[in-house]
Design a protein around this ligand. Structure first.
Ligand code: SAH
Ligand code: SF4
Length: 367
C-alpha cells in the first residue's frame, strides 16, 4: 500500500496518542510500548518490521499512518567525508536540509556525531547573509518531521556502530517561532523509554526572539541555548538582522542575562564573521564590553562562537580571513570572554543553513 500524504505521520504521535489509536482498534494498550520501542529503540520505519505485532495490527498501522514524510532527494559528502548533508523532499513538495557533522576525538574516546536539524521550511526573518532567510517563509515543520530527520541519521550511523552524540537545532528556520512543535520533538526524543537522548545534548539556536527566550527561561529545561548576535550595536544589527528592530540588542541581552541568572546555565553567542563588517576591532571591543554583564562573581557565564561567514548567492559579504578571526578572538579572551573560532564545515557541499535548498530548488522557489 502506498503512503497517502494525508495520513498522519506516526512520529507526530506521543505514546498516549498511539494508545488511543490502539483502543479504537480494540487492541490492548500494552502494544503502545511495543510500537514505541520499535520506532525509537529498534529504529524501525516500516510496518512490516514490527514482527512482534499481530498481522492485523501491522495492517492497521500501514493503513492509518505514514511512517515517513521525508524522502531523501540529494545526499552530499564533503571531500574530507566529515560532513554529510541531505535535502529531504517533504510529502507536500517542500524541501528541508539536515546535516551530520562528524568529529574525530582522541584515540580511545567515542567519536562525536552532531546532527543539525531544520525547524521550518524557509524563515520569515530575512537575515541578509542567510540562505534560508533569503528564501522567505514557507511553513512550520511538525514535531514528527523534526524527529524523522534525527532518526534518519541515527539509522545511518547505526550501520557503522555509531550513534548521534549531539543534536543542534540550527538548521533552516527560527525554532522559537515554532516553539511548541520544537519542544514536542525534543521531549519525544528525550523520552527514557524510547530514543532516550539526554536534554543536555541538545542546543537550540535563536536569532533572539525575546518572548521565546523568556518562556524558555521559565521552563527551566536542561537544553543548551545559543543566541545569534552577529553585531554589537543596533545600527549594524538592524542592517544584518531585520528583527533587531523589534527586539533590540539591549533588551535581548537583558533577556539573556535573566536566563543565565535564573537557570545558572551558561549561554552561547554566535557570530558569523563578515569581512570589514562585524570583524573589526571596534565591534570586538564593543561586544566584549557588553558581555561583561555575564561575568558573575568572576565567572563568565557566556561563550562566544565565531565562524567565518559562508558565502551565499544573494549577499555579497565574504567570510573574514583566519588572521582577523584570531585577532577578534584575542580581543575577547583578553577581556575574559571565552571565544572559540569554529571551523567552517562542508563549505564544498553548501552545508550552511538553507544553502542546498536554495541552490537546488530554484524552480520551487519561484512559485
Ligand atoms: N534561526 C536560528 C537558527 C538557524 S540559523 C538562528 O538564527 O539562530 C543557525 C546559525 O547559522 C545562526 O547563528 C545563523 O546566524 C548562522 N548563519 C546563517 N547564515 C550563515 C552564513 N551564511 N554563514 C555563517 N553562519 C550563518
Ligand atoms: Fe532565519 Fe536564523 Fe536565517 Fe535569520 S539566520 S533568516 S533567523 S534561519
Amino acid at each position: 500500500m502506498t503512503n497517502l500524504p494525508n495520513k498522519p505521520l506516526i512520529y507526530d504521535l506521543d505514546i498516549s496518542q498511539i494508545g488511543y489509536s490502539l483502543a479504537s482498534w480494540s487492541e490492548p494498550v500494552y502494544r503502545a510500548s511495543q510500537i514505541w520501542n520499535g520506532l525509537y529503540v529498534n529504529l524501525w520505519n516500516k510496518p512490516e518490521q514490527f514482527t512482534n505485532l499481530p498481522l492485523q495490527l501491522r495492517n492497521n498501522l500501514e493503513t492509518y499512518y505514514s511512517f515517513s514524510y521525508l524522502a531523501p532527494e540529494i545526499e552530499r559528502h564533503s571531500i574530507d567525508r566529515m560532513t554529510e548533508k541531505i535535502l529531504f523532499r517533504l510529502h507536500d513538495g517542500e524541501a528541508v536540509e539536515t546535516v551530520l557533522m562528524k568529529y574525530k576525538t582522541r584515540a580511545g574516546k567515542r567519536e562525536r556525531n552532531t546532527v543539525c536539524i531544520s525547524t521550518q521550511v524557509g524563515c520569515a526573518l530575512g537575515c541578509i547573509f542567510c540562505a534560508t532567510g533569503q528564501m522567505g517563509f514557507r511553513r512550520n515543520l511538525s514535531s514528527g518531521e523534526m524527529i524523522e530527520q534525527v532518526l534518519h541519521y541515527a539509522r545511518h550511523l547505526r550501520n557503522y556502530d555509531q550513534q548521534i552524540t549531539n543534536i543542534v537545532v540550527m538548521g533552516m528556520g527560527e525554532p522559537f517561532l515554532n516553539y511548541d512543535e520544537v519542544m514536542r520533538a525534543i521531549t519525544q526524543l528525550n523520552n527514557s523509554d524510547g530514543f532516550n537522548f539526554g536534554a543536555r545534548r541538545f542546543t537550540i539556536s535563536t536569532v533572539g526572539i525575546i518572548p521565546g527566550i523568556r518562556r524558555f527561561t521559565s521552563e527551566h529545561r536542561q537544553i543548551n541555548l545559543a543566541v545569534s548576535l552577529h553585531a554589537a550595536d543596533n545600527a549594524l544589527r538592524d542592517k544584518l538582522i531585520p528583527i533587531n528592530g523589534k527586539y533590540p540588542i539591549e533588551e535581548l541581552l537583558n533577556a539573556c542575562h535573566d536566563y543565565v541568572l535564573e537557570t545558572g546555565r551558561r549561554i552561547t553567542f554566535e557570530w558569523a564573521l563578515i569581512e570589514g563588517v562585524n570583524d573589526t576591532t571596534e565591534q570586538a571591543h564593543k561586544l566584549a564590553q557588553r558581555l561583561q554583564l555575564f561575568r558573575i562573581n568572576s565567572v563568565t557565564l557566556c561563550h562566544v562562537n565565531v565562524i567565518q561567514l559562508n558565502p551565499t548567492k544573494q549577499y555579497d559579504g565574504t567570510g573574514t580571513k583566519t588572521k582577523q578571526a584570531l585577532i577578534f578572538q584575542d580581543i575577547m579572551e583578553r577581556e575574559n570572554i571565552h571565544c572559540t573560532v569554529r571551523t567552517r564545515r562542508g563549505i564544498d557541499i553548501e552545508a550552511g543553513c538553507g544553502q542546498l535548498v536554495a541552490e537546488k530548488t530554484k524552480i520551487w522557489l519561484q512559485k
